[in-house]
Design a protein around this ligand. Structure first.
Ligand SMILES: [Zn+2]
Length: 272
């Protein structure tokens, strides 16, 4: 029997699992940015501190398919107090909030928040995610081992939805440990930088069943929108297609198939 015409049309849906659509860099043309993201039917917008949260909430109300994450980023946790857990719990009650993030550990030399404080704040938020039965979006900078250890020690460990290591750039061993814990790995622009090789080589070794895609907009656009070294060039959710495109060529699959698998992963993880 000949396939019906509808079956022959290729539908491609992508999820940008991490874009800061609330950023001031989108204030001038946010409607256009969302409209340009054809096929990117769902996006997750992570807050990084309490100041961000009302705007993240508002954006999720304004655009269909846009979901929020609430959490305190490891650069903004120096003045953390225990009552913040209640504020976050409250913020997470919003109907479009699907995850706690972005949270984690950032060991950059210029992060003024001491490591011990970061670890305590991360652990508190992991605990909150477990209590609310929400997954987490994890940011890390030179801290993979500690991040994974704290996740393993948290009440989230063993859940069927734990979370994602966002903007993953580490090695196979770390990826394997993360996957063993039940985490997904999210890839951003570096997978499109074929001259850098490290991330594309790693992606070739990973199963698509553990991969999701993101832009991390407005920073770090994928090839060919990278712009001149040291000059800001804005990234946006429409470019998540380029991330998926690179992953599909690395895995020798069609873009549609890669889009389908990564979207199913994101939908399963975040219950979108
Ligand atoms: Zn981010």
């Amino acid at each position: 029997m000949a396939p019906r015409r509808r079956d022959m049309v290729s539908f491609m849906y992508l999820v940008d699992t991490h874009c800061h659509l609330n950023s001031k860099f989108f204030d001038v043309d946010r409607d256009d940015v969302v409209a340009r993201a054809v096929g990117v039917t769902r996006m997750i917008v992570p807050a990084i501190d309490f100041r961000n949260i009302p705007k993240v909430h508002a954006i999720t109300e304004q655009y269909g398919g846009v979901y929020g994450a609430v959490g305190i980023y490891p650069r903004y946790c120096a003045d953390w107090e225990t009552s913040n857990v209640d504020r976050l719990r409250q913020a997470a009650q919003h109907e479009h909030v699907v995850t706690i993030g972005e949270i984690g550990l950032d060991y950059s030399w210029n992060n003024k928040c001491p490591r011990e404080t970061q670890q305590a704040v991360f652990s508190e938020q992991l605990k909150l995610a477990a209590e609310l039965n929400l997954p987490v979006i994890i940011h890390n900078f030179q801290s993979y081992a500690d991040c994974l250890q704290l996740v393993a020690a948290s009440p989230l460990a063993g859940n069927d939805r734990i979370g994602v290591l966002h903007h993953f750039t580490s090695d196979y061993e770390t990826a394997q440990r993360a996957m063993d814990l039940g985490l997904y790995l999210s890839f951003a622009a570096p997978v499109t930088y074929m001259n850098a090789k490290k991330v594309p080589t790693l992606v070739a070794e990973l199963p698509l069943s553990r991969i999701v895609v993101e832009t991390d907009a407005p920073n770090m656009p994928p090839h060919p929108y990278r712009g001149a070294q040291g000059k800001f060039s804005r990234n946006e959710p429409a470019y998540v297609r380029l991330i998926a495109q690179s992953i599909s060529s690395i895995h020798r699959k069609s873009l549609e198939e890669t889009a389908k698998i990564t979207t199913e992963n994101a939908v399963r993880l975040f219950r979108l």
